[in-house]
Design a protein around this ligand. Structure first.
Ligand SMILES: NC(=O)c1ccc[n+]([C@@H]2O[C@H](COP(=O)([O-])OP(=O)(O)OC[C@H]3O[C@@H](n4cnc5c(N)ncnc54)[C@H](O)[C@@H]3O)[C@@H](O)[C@H]2O)c1
Length: 253
């Protein structure tokens, strides 16, 4: 299925991975609706740029209506994600505020944007949903690297597997493919924010993955036509989509 001239939506596209995904889809000749809560989204060349918050239902409906006016929807990239430390012994009120902060974007936002997009993907004869997760959720290779003080971020990314798995199965009849992308460290503002002065340590700088490489992996996933998988990208290894694993390993690696 040729993507040129069809519509793609990318959430959280002002910077980092989302920006790279949006720019890559523009290169592919798609009409890209890129949105973010940050104004910087407006500088993506060749895209229709929108200020919108994926955790707000009215914003999601506005984004989907605008995308529908642009033509046939073929790709949705659920990229917007947020992060903060959430130690398990934090104050009760803090824990509940952290829950809303992380889950409203990382899960409810994905749920709302995807459910609103599905009728349009279906009407266009099928398409692709890509859920941006993390390497933590591929235990076969990540060697238990969930960070102990980010339980809610970890939980939100594990929960995406449930969406990916169920939606891939349910939507196969409509020719809608649903996959997860599970990357290790990529050089983005989110990663840099973990370090003093936003500077990556030298040893990380030497191996960190680039967003354009992950964006190419996304294109490879879409072009493969595969569905219901979590694709890993590992620091220090070539970024590929690999052989299709047996069914029982497609989500967990
Ligand atoms: N960078 C990494 O190493 C890495 C590794 C694994 C997974 N990820 C995931 O990749 C995705 C992108 O990460 P990144 O590193 O580019 O992060 P980033 O923080 O640099 O960029 C995320 C973008 O999402 C936007 N955003 C956040 N909440 C939003 C909301 N409610 N509505 C609309 N936009 C919103 C932010 O404004 C920001 O522009 C995230 O889901 C993240 O969890 C990143």
């Amino acid at each position: 299925m040729s993507l040129a001239g069809k519509v793609a939506i990318v959430s959280g596209a002002a910077q980092g991975l989302g920006r790279a995904f949006a720019e890559r889809l523009v290169q592919e000749g798609m009409k890209v609706l890129a949105f973010d809560v940050k104004d910087e989204v407006n500088s993506i060349e060749g895209a229709t740029c929108v200020i919108a918050d994926v955790s707000k239902r009215a914003d999601v409906e506005r984004v989907i209506a605008q995308a529908a006016d642009m033509g046939d929807l073929a790709v949705l990239v659920n990229n917007a994600g947020t992060w903060r430390k959430t130690p398990v012994d934090s104050a009760w009120e803090q824990a509940l505020a952290d829950w809303d902060f992380i889950m409203d974007t990382n899960l409810k936002g994905v749920l709302m944007l995807s459910r609103a997009a599905v009728p349009h993907l279906r009407a266009a004869g099928g398409g692709h949903i890509v859920n941006i997760s993390t390497y933590y959720v591929l235990p076969a290779k990540s060697d238990g690297t969930n960070q102990p003080d980010t339980d809610l971020y970890n939980a939100s990314k594990w929960a995406l597997n449930g969406f990916t798995d169920a939606w891939a199965k349910y939507l196969e009849k409509d020719n809608i493919r649903v996959n997860g992308m599970c990357m290790g460290a990529v050089d983005t503002p989110m990663l840099r924010g973990l370090f003093p002065d936003n500077e990556l340590p030298a040893e990380m700088k030497a191996v960190v993955m680039q967003d354009s490489v992950i964006a190419q992996q996304m294109m490879d996933i879409i072009e493969s036509g595969r569905t219901g998988e979590n694709f890993g990208a590992w620091v220090g290894e070539p970024v590929t989509i690999g052989e299709q694993p047996p069914l029982h390993k497609r989500i967990t690696g």
